[in-house]
Design a protein around this ligand. Sequence first.
Ligand code: GTP
Ligand code: MG
Length: 196
Amino acid sequence: MKIKHAEIVISAVKPEQYPVDPLLPEIALAGRSNVGKSSLINMLVNMRKLARTSSSPGKTQTINFYRINQQFHFVDLPGYGYARVSKSSKEAWGKMMETYLTTRKNLYEVFQLVDIRHEPTQQDKHMYSWIKSFGYNGIVIATKLDKISRGQRQKHLNIIRKELQMTSEDLLIPVSAETREGKEQLWEVILEVFRV
Ligand code: GTP
Ligand code: MG
């Protein structure tokens, strides 16, 4: 995929702020804080600083819309599972996510990101079944592939499949934002999503 143009459209907290003109097809990225959602967007568009990343969790707090080649959006969602967050902001997160996921007509697919090193958490499982219950395929991306050895990969992927109760048809794509491994395969999946 040749990236000619990529820019942030808006950091939204409420539906009135979601971009509507033009109403481009979009893919959203969900997952725990620190799993690598923002880094993945940067990797896909070959830009180091389009989406802001941080080694400490909780960096992305709003729904950030990125417009790519004037053709579609990538949507960076705020992460969950960050322990040092108040109850009220967890509730606000839930409302913001639910509103977005249930009302956004041009949302084609939600990618669920999990860290390849770790067993999916309860929240990952909830998020994944939530995504599926809204009618999305629930494509899973295993991030930070560079952090484990080649020999360990299949074992970790099997655990993710089992814990998220994925079927053999459900897509699970391992990637590294660091080495860019998996990038081409992921782009194929993205283009396939938008072709429907
Ligand atoms: P929140 O915005 O807090 O929800 O986090 P996020 O999911 O957007 O994570 P972010 O992209 O900010 O990445 C978190 C940390 O993980 C940063 O220090 C990244 O450099 C690192 N990271 C992300 N992807 C990879 C990867 O594929 N490999 C390695 N080694 N590090 C990664
Ligand atoms: Mg982020």
